[in-house]
Design a protein around this ligand. Structure first.
Ligand code: DOR
Ligand code: ZN
Ligand code: ZN
Length: 353
């Protein structure tokens, strides 16, 4: 029997579950199975679905549809949209946080005008965070809004040296900003993007070795969270004439980070802060009593398509040798997953927020 390490249930604050409208890529059952297999007992779902989650009716319908299908706890982001800012107070009751897309990425959600940004900051409750997809100088826009409104702003998937250095400066100036980085931006570079083709394309794109080095240099200080940005698309979509950006990550993130712990690149305590404690604190998520995961700390394995729960069935990390596979998951005292098998019914997770 390999040595098993007991850790708290992990939290992924950035998952694309694709319901409604993208069920060929992922659905509530397959996405939350992938989460549990990756060690996550709480995930936050992104709003860039079809239709996007920008109205109380869509949010309510999505929550209702999720409950009977999910294997882990799921909270739902609300999307910022110029046409729906008046509905933000009503959306705040059941959404966990507001997501503002400042730059182009998958789906139609975008905010590129100041009146809408003002409306978002005025209408979204101060009790729940605002998260931003901001690249390059858009990060400065978000920092400016955090300063002007004196309220927390969380930056998603920071990937560039100049971005992380600007956030470090903003934190040093006492501004209420936080940020996440993804494992793909920590473990892949633009060289891998050339090798992987569209299967290594996402937003933000993979960056230079210098950018990757900067992220690692800020892992114990400026960076608050690791988030997967699990963004599944089918193989056929990725191989098409118009490949959508995004890569899956729920099932590889903990093994990648755990392998880095074994290599001495970060401490186990820091991994727990980045993947459980800080996400819970920043997003005000409920504690999960009697909830833990057991991780195999000895046996190395090769990432392969066969072992994956995600419906998309591929990974940008195929063929990597990693350590840190999840052996068992217990949620609120109930065994959910043991040695590759799900032993609890769908619906054992809860919709939160
Ligand atoms: O690569 C990405 N894919 N970046 C995003 O911001 C969105 C995501 C998706 O939804 O596919
Ligand atoms: Zn994004
Ligand atoms: Zn995303």
């Amino acid at each position: 029997m390999p040595r098993l390490l007991k850790l708290p249930g992990l939290i992924d604050i950035h998952t694309h579950l694709r319901v409604p409208g993208g069920e060929q890529k992922e659905d509530f059952a397959t996405g939350t199975r992938a989460a549990i297999a990756g060690g996550f007992t709480t995930i936050l779902a992104m709003p860039n679905t079809t239709p996007p989650v920008v109205t109380p009716a869509t949010l309510a319908a999505t929550r209702r549809q999720a409950q009977p299908a999910i294997f882990c706890d799921v909270g739902f982001f609300v999307g910022a949209s110029p046409a729906h800012t008046a509905e933000l107070p009503a959306l705040a009751a059941a959404g966990v946080a507001l997501k503002i897309y400042l730059n182009d990425t998958f789906g139609p959600l975008r905010v590129d005008d100041l009146p809408t940004l003002h409306a978002c900051f005025r209408n979204w409750t101060r009790a729940k965070p605002i998260a931003m997809h901001a690249e390059g100088q858009s990060v400065a826009v978000g920092i400016g809004l955090a300063a002007a409104y004196r309220r927390p702003v969380h930056f998603c998937h920071i990937s560039r040296r100049d971005e992380i250095e600007l956030i470090a400066d903003a934190k040093a100036a006492g501004l209420p900003v936080t940020c996440e980085v993804t494992p793909h931006h920590l473990f892949l570079t633009d060289d891998d993007a050339a090798r992987l083709g569209t299967f290594g394309d996402m937003r933000p794109r993979l960056a230079s070795q210098s950018d990757v080095d900067a992220l690692w240099a800020h892992l114990n200080t400026t960076i608050d969270c690791i988030a997967t940005d699990h963004a599944p698309h089918t193989r056929a979509e990725k191989a098409s004439e118009t490949p959508p950006p995004g890569v899956p990550g729920l099932e590889t993130s903990l093994p990648l980070m755990f392998t880095a712990v074994k290599a001495g690149r970060l401490s186990l305590a820091r991994l727990i802060a980045l993947m459980a404690d800080n996400p819970r604190r920043i997003f005000g998520l409920p504690a999960q009593p009697d909830t833990f995961i057991e991780v195999d700390t000895d046996t190395s394995f090769t990432v392969s398509e066969k072992g994956l729960q995600t419906k998309c069935g591929w990974s940008p990390f195929l063929e990597r040798e990693l350590v840190g596979r999840v052996h068992r998951v217990v949620l609120r005292g109930a065994e959910i997953f043991v040695n590759g098998t799900f032993v609890a019914p769908p619906g054992c997770g809860r919709v939160i927020g």
